[in-house]
Ligand binder design. Structure first.
Ligand code: T4K
Length: 404
């Protein structure tokens, strides 16, 4: 139902445009019959975890998909990052962007490392070699790049920089399934890359993660670190953890991998529709993170220019959520401003202007299994209505949207 007056907005007491919530997360599920068959087989085999046949099959197929020699599955993306730090034998400082999901830096802290927060490029939202270089000290041992929204994080520049300074380079590719840089899968860059198969991702095991690498020795270190079991030791690692993927997760991951081309295509249609519509809405610019490369198109990211729009990003989010459009403000605040981080590392608070600017301007709109093109049009119609009634929105909408 389209709105004819501002009084009809759900935030003003009207009925919401959608009766069910539209989510930002992907939430693509396998067909029920396929799911049932896969789980029946697990029960028949009575083998549930500890490197079972489905995990081994998934590792083989995922390595093929990314184009690396090894893929080693784990419980989730956060554990994958923690295992990466131990397998790479890092110590001291690791340079990391502040514009990312908190898990990226939390994993470093869990591994006993010192995160050094770096600003990001205002256009790509990623680290660049130029931004990283001034932060390198004699305590730096690695750079952890994030392929935010699936867009490659300066692989050429960071590779050269890490080589020059003798640093390890590894990547958080949790957004990067199926994404390429100059035609190569993003998982192929750095010493290793880490993926997430959370339910909100384009490839879902409900929870899940994976490390990929071409380095045989590093693969042995990863396999050792992700398993507490002493009898399965391939290499010398100081600390180990139970990070194994279960057969149930692997069954979901395999079904999702099979459907991945269809999932990416479904996402692409929604992404293109948003892109088309935002071409003509003043005050909002569509962030085309897929430009010229393969992508999973899992995020619709929009940058809000409040002065031009006539009301704030947070008021827009408030209006959308009341209509059951569960827009998000990833990744707000920047990690350097999170309470727990700020207490330990207060020096970054005024040092990351691009991150601060982006965290006050970005919005993610619903995209994934729960959304169709007609609903994208309804979301965009509503935003257009808000733009046409900007002054009234600014005057009447109070912001109380908590979280991100
Ligand atoms: N590095 C990066 C760059 C990451 O983005 C992430 C995770 C990681 C590392 C760590 O990977 P994991 O350890 O998670 O594998 C969500 C996801 O939980 C998280 O995996 C993801 N990034 C992040 C970007 O998004 P939240 O806290 O925003 O999730 P939540 O629960 O608010 O869900 C998002 C929306 O989806 C909500 O509108 C609710 C809806 N939803 C969610 C789930 C789980 C459903 O409708 N059904 C569901 O089952 O973090």
């Amino acid at each position: 139902m389209s709105k004819r007056s501002i009084a009809e907005l759900a935030s003003m007491g009207g009925s919401p445009v959608f009766s069910d919530a539209l989510h930002v997360g992907q939430l693509h599920l396998p067909e029920w019959d396929d799911f049932e068959r896969a789980f029946e087989q697990i029960f028949e085999r009575r083998y549930f975890t500890n490197h079972g046949p489905l995990v081994r099959e998934f590792d083989r197929k995922f390595a093929e998909h990314v184009g690396t020699k090894h893929a080693i599955s784990v419980t989730n993306g956060t554990i994958a990052l923690m295992v990466a730090c131990k397998a790479l034998k890092l110590r001291g400082e690791v340079i990391v962007p502040a514009l990312t999901f908190p898990a990226t830096a939390q994993a470093l802290v869990w591994a006993g490392l010192v995160p050094v927060f770096c600003d990001v490029d205002p256009t790509t939202h990623n680290l660049t070699a130029d931004l990283v270089e001034p932060l390198i000290t004699q305590d730096t041992t690695a750079i952890l790049g994030v392929h935010l929204w699936g867009r490659a994080c300066d692989p050429d520049g960071l590779q050269e920089l890490s080589r020059t300074h003798g640093l390890k380079l590894f990547y958080d590719a949790c957004h990067g399934i199926g994404c390429t840089y100059k035609g190569r899968m993003v998982g192929q860059f750095g010493a290793l890359a880490v993926f997430s198969f959370h339910a909100t991702k384009a490839l879902s095991a409900a929870e899940g993660g994976c490390l990929v690498t071409d380095d045989d020795d590093l693969a042995d270190l990863i396999r050792t670190a992700r398993n507490f079991h002493v009898s399965e030791s391939f290499a010398d690692v100081a600390v180990r953890i139970n990070g194994k993927m279960t057969e149930c997760q692997a069954a979901m991951a395999l079904l999702s991998l099979e459907r991945f081309p269809a999932i990416a295509e479904q996402n692409r249609l929604l992404y293109e529709r948003y892109r088309e519509r935002f071409g003509s809405i003043g005050g909002l610019s569509f962030v085309d993170h897929a430009l010229g490369e393969e992508s999973n198109y899992q995020y619709c990211v929009v940058e809000v220019e409040s002065d031009e729009l006539g009301f704030s990003r947070d008021k827009l989010v408030q209006v959308l959520r009341a209509e059951n459009i569960m827009a998000r403000r990833y990744f707000r605040p920047g990690l350097h401003r999170l309470e727990a981080i700020r207490k330990c590392y207060p020096q970054y608070v005024h040092q990351l202007p691009n991150t601060d600017r982006l965290t006050s301007r970005l919005v993610q709109l619903p995209l994934g299994a729960s959304v169709n093109c007609r609903q994208v049009d309804q979301v965009c119609d509503l935003i257009e209505f808000c733009v046409q009634n900007a002054e009234a929105i600014d005057r009447n909408v109070a912001v109380d949207a908590a979280g991100d």
